[in-house]
Design a protein around this ligand. Structure first.
Ligand code: DI6
Ligand code: FE
Length: 420
C-alpha cells in the first residue's frame, strides 16, 4: 500500500478513449490540477490543450469512477460457518436467533483493535478498488457501543486517507441489539440517540445515519427516534428498508428526506411514491438477494415507471453479501433484477453518487469535477456487465491521481489489487 499522495498526478491530456455514451468517436479528457478541465471528442479539442503531456488510453472504454454506496467493509472475523448452516436449510432469521448473524460479527469486531481492523479491511478495499471503485460508503454497526463504533468509523476514515479514495462514513449503531441490552431495546436506542451519535458526530466521524428497520432488528418507531436524533445534528439519513418484510420504513425515510432506501425487496407502492416525491435513491443489493436465495424481487418495473433513481451496490458484509466485486453486482443487477446495462452502469456511478450526497464530485465525467475515472480493457460498455468474475480494469484515476495502471493490455502492472 502506498500513501495516497505518492500516486502520480493524472494531469495532462488523455487520448485514445471511448465514452460509453458515444463509443464510435475518439474522446479526450483534459485533467488540470486534479480536476476535469475539458471532455469531448478528440477532434474538438481546443488548441490551448494540444501541447499538454499525453496519457495514451490505447482505445480503452472510459467511465466515471465507480461508487460503491452501501458497504459494511470494516469488521472482525468472518462467517463462512453460516453459509454452511443456510445450505443445511436454516434461514437468515434462524441463524440470527441461534446467536449467529450480526451479533457474532459484533463479538469479533469488539475483540479486534483498530490496527487489526484496518489490516483486515485494507485488502478488502483493495479488491473493490481493483474493480474501479473511486468512492465508497463504509458503515459502522458491528461495534454497538460508543468505543467500538468509534473504532470502526476511525478505520473507515484511515482507509480513505491511505488509499486516496473518497470514503463516506455512515453510523449504523442501530444495526442489531447488543447482547448486553437483550430485552431492553428502548434503552439501547436511547443510548444510540443521546450518547453514541452526538459524540461520534462531534468527532467528525459521521457523514450519514442508517438504521436496520426490520422485524429482527428495529421497529418503525425506534427508527424514527434515530432519524430525529440525526436531524437534530443536521445529518442526512438512509435506511435498510423492507428487506425481509414491508415495515413501511421507506415512507418514513422519505419523510426525513433520506438519501437512499436500501434492499427494498418488499417495497410497497406507497413506499415508491414517497421515495419519488422526496427524491430518495433506491439502492439495489443483488449480492444479499443472491446469498439469501431470496425469490422476492424488488419492484424494479414500478421504480422505473416512477422515475426513482436506482443505484446498485455490493452491500459487502460478512453475513449476507461477502462479495468484493462491484462489477459482479452490475452483472447480477442485469441478470437477476433485469436492469438494462445503461441502468446498471448508472446505478454504480451517477445514482450511487447521489445516494451518498456526492453528486457534485462523483459519478459523472464533467468539467470542474475532481478527476475520478476508469479506463477499461473493453470496447463496449455491455462488456462491463457481461464478463462476470473478471477484472477488466486498466487504469483508475482517483481524486486526480493515477492509482492503478496496467501499462500493456496483457501486462501485469503496478496494480494494488493484484498482489501475489
Ligand atoms: N442488512 C444486511 O444485508 C446486512 N445488514 C443489514 O442490516 C447484513 C449484516 C450481517 O449479516 O452481518
Ligand atoms: Fe447492508
Amino acid at each position: 500500500m502506498k500513501s495516497a499522495n505518492t500516486y502520480p498526478s493524472a494531469d495532462g491530456l488523455w487520448t485514445g478513449l471511448r465514452l460509453a455514451t458515444d463509443a464510435g468517436v475518439e474522446a479526450a479528457i483534459v485533467v488540470a490540477q486534479g480536476a476535469i478541465r475539458w471532455v469531448g471528442a478528440r477532434s474538438a479539442l481546443p488548441a490551448e490543450f494540444a501541447e499538454l503531456s499525453v496519457h495514451d488510453g490505447g482505445d480503452a472504454l472510459v467511465t466515471p469512477g465507480l461508487v460503491d454506496c452501501h458497504t459494511h467493509l470494516v469488521y472482525g472475523g468472518q462467517r463462512a460457518n453460516e453459509f454452511a448452516m443456510r445450505l443445511a436449510g436454516a434461514t437468515y432469521e434462524e441463524v440470527a436467533k441461534a446467536g449467529g448473524g450480526i451479533v457474532s460479527s459484533v463479538r469479533a469486531t469488539r475483540e479486534a483493535d483498530e490496527d487489526t481492523l484496518f489490516a483486515q479491511a485494507a485488502p478488502r478495499l483493495e479488491q473493490l478498488l481493483a474493480d474501479g471503485v473511486c468512492a465508497i460508503e463504509i458503515k459502522s454497526g458491528y461495534g454497538l457501543s460508543l468505543e467500538h463504533e468509534r473504532k470502526q468509523l476511525r478505520v473507515a476514515r484511515r482507509l480513505g486517507e491511505a488509499y486516496g479514495v473518497t470514503v463516506r462514513t455512515t453510523f449504523l449503531g442501530a444495526h442489531a441489539l447488543p447482547p448486553e441490552y437483550t430485552g431492553r431495546s428502548g434503552d439501547y436506542i436511547d443510548l444510540v440517540c443521546r450518547e453514541m451519535l452526538p459524540a461520534l458526530a462531534a468527532e467528525g466521524l459521521v457523514d450519514a445515519v442508517d438504521v436496520f428497520c426490520e422485524r429482527i432488528a428495529f421497529s418503525l418507531a425506534e427508527t424514527e427516534q434515530v432519524f430525529q436524533a440525526a436531524k437534530a445534528l443536521g445529518l442526512p439519513v438512509k435506511l435498510h428498508a423492507e428487506q425481509l418484510s414491508d415495515m413501511g420504513g421507506a415512507a418514513l425515510a422519505a419523510r426525513y428526506g433520506a438519501l437512499s432506501c436500501d434492499h427494498i425487496e418488499h417495497l410497497s407502492a406507497d413506499g415508491i411514491e414517497a421515495m419519488r416525491q422526496s427524491g430518495t435513491v433506491a439502492v439495489l443489493l443483488p449480492g444479499a438477494y443472491y446469498t439469501l436465495r431470496d425469490t422476492h424481487l424488488p419492484p424494479i418495473e414500478a421504480l422505473r415507471a416512477a422515475g426513482v433513481p436506482m443505484a446498485v451496490s455490493t452491500d459487502h458484509n460478512p453475513g449476507t453479501s461477502p462479495t468484493l466485486s462491484l462489477l459482479l453486482m452490475v452483472n447480477m443487477a442485469c441478470t437477476l433484477f433485469r436492469l438494462t446495462v445503461p441502468e446498471a452502469l448508472a446505478g454504480v456511478t451517477v445514482h450511487a453518487a447521489r445516494a451518498l450526497g456526492l453528486e457534485a464530485t462523483h459519478g459523472v465525467i464533467t468539467e470542474g469535477m475532481p478527476a475520478n475515472f476508469v479506463l477499461w480493457k473493453v470496447r463496449d460498455a455491455a462488456e462491463l456487465a457481461y464478463w462476470f468474475g473478471q477484472r477488466p480494469l486498466r487504469t483508475a484515476v482517483r481524486q486526480g491521481r493515477i492509482c492503478i495502471s496496467f501499462p500493456s493490455p496483457s501486462g501485469r502492472g503496478q496494480g494494488e489489487g493484484l498482489r501475489p
